[in-house]
Design a protein around this ligand. Sequence first.
Ligand SMILES: [Zn+2]
Length: 428
Amino acid sequence: MRNGPTRPRAGGSTADHVTVRRHNLSVVLSHLRDHGPRSRARLAEETGLNKTTVSSLVAELVDRGLVGEGETERATVGRPGQIIRLDGEHVVAVGAEVNVGYLSVLVLNLRGQVVTRQRIALDTAAMDPALVLSRLARLLDTALLGVGVHPVGVAIAVPGLVEADTGVVRAAPNLGWTDVPVVAEINRLLGEPPYPVLLDNEANLAALAEVEAQGLDRDGDLILVTGAAGIGSGIVVGGRLLRGARGFAGEAGHMRVREGGPQCACGHTGCWEAAVGLNALLAAVPGHEPPHTSAHDPEQDPLPDLERRLAEIGDRAAAGDARVLDAIAEVDRWLSVGAGILVTVFNPHVLVLGGYFAALRPWIAGSLRDELRGHVFARDGGGTRVAFSPLGFSGSVRGGASQVLDRVFRDPVLVEPVDKPLAQEETV
Ligand SMILES: [Zn+2]
C-alpha cells in the first residue's frame, strides 16, 4: 500500500472522520513496517500528517498493542525523540498447511518474525480428511498454547482447488479430497474462536511469501512455480493474488502444453505438470520409481526417501551421468515452454522457481534463462527476472501468516485494545 494520508472533508460527518482516522492508522502502521522504527516527528514529516495527529494515532496504536516506544533516537538537530516501533509481543498471526506427508504450523509476530513453528510427518493422503483436520486443530492448539495470546487470524493452506470465500476445498487430488469444508470444521474443532480462520491454495500463499523474499515492491508482479509430484503455481499482480471468478486461477500445472503427451493425475493428457513434475523426472531416470508423495522439506524432512533420491540424482548429474542429464534437460525444455507462456501473458517482474526445481538449480538455471528468451514474445524475456526460491517448503505457512497480518496493516482497528479498562466500563 502506498496510499497517502487523507483528511476529513470540511463539515464532514462523524462517519467520515472515523473512516479517515482508520485509514491514517493504517498509513502510520504500514509506514513503520515498510521503513522501520522512527520518531513521531519523522513519521509526521514522511507521511504528511501533522504532528498532533501522528501523536494521537500512535497513542491509539499503542493502546491496541500494535506499536511500542523504544529507546531515544539520536537526533541530529533539536531534541531527541522516542522511537516508535512495531510491537513484537501482543499480535501474532498463524499460517497452517495440510500437504502430502505432513502438517505444518508457523506463527509470526507483527514484525514478521517467527515466534514458533511446528511440523509433523503424517500420511495425510491415506487418512480420512476429518481425522487430518482434527490433527491440524491439535497442532494449532499446541502452537498457540505456547504463544499465550489469541492470534489475529489463522490461514490454512491446502494444495488443490480451494474456494477462499466459502472455506471449502473443492478438489485436492494429491490428498484425495473432494468438497471438504475445512474452515467450518476447524472453527468447530477450535471451539468457534474469536479470530477468523481463512483458507487458501498453498502455492498462492507461497507466492505471496516470495514477494518479500525476492525483495520485490509490495505492489509488484510475481509468478511462483513450485515443483513437486505436481506443479503448484501462484500469480501475484500488483501485490495481490490473481484469484479469478471462483478462486481457481493460477493452476498452471494443468495447462495443456503437449497434445498427446503423458497422462496427468487430473485425468487429462499433456498437462504441464505431467511433463515437468518430479514424477516425470523420476520416471525418466533409470532406477527411480515415481514417489507417492508430492512435497518434502530439505531441513525437516518427513520424507527422507524422496530427499535421498533427489540428492542421488544430483550426485549422478554432477558426475556427468548422461541419462540423468538427458532427463533433466527434458524437464528443463518443457519447463521453459510453460514458463514462456506464463511470462508472455503476465510479464511479471520475477518468475520464481521453487520446490525441487530449486534443487536442480545448478543444471537448469542457465539453460532455462536462455531458452525462456526463445519462448517469450517480448524481447529479452520482457525483462522478467528468473529467480529460485530461498524458502524451501515453508513458503505457504509464511505467506499465510503474512496475509493475516496484512489485514491488520490495512485496518489496525481489527485488533482490540490490549488492556481494556474493564472496571471502568462496568461502573458506567
Ligand atoms: Zn492435469
